[in-house]
Write a protein of this length. Sequence first.
Length: 61
Amino acid sequence: MARMRKKADLPQKTCAACGRPFAWRKKWEKVWDEVRYCSDRCRKTPQSPRTAERAPSRGRG
């Protein structure tokens, strides 16, 4: 029988897009060193949502 692990015991990384921590997942087992984003949404976002909120709007002036 497989041993259950607590989520707190799993390795964690910080998402390159949103800056939130995320934990290791079984589907990332073979590519964990290459994983940079917590989700597909963050992977597809060219810049972080926090940065977008602070960016100056264009076309004014």
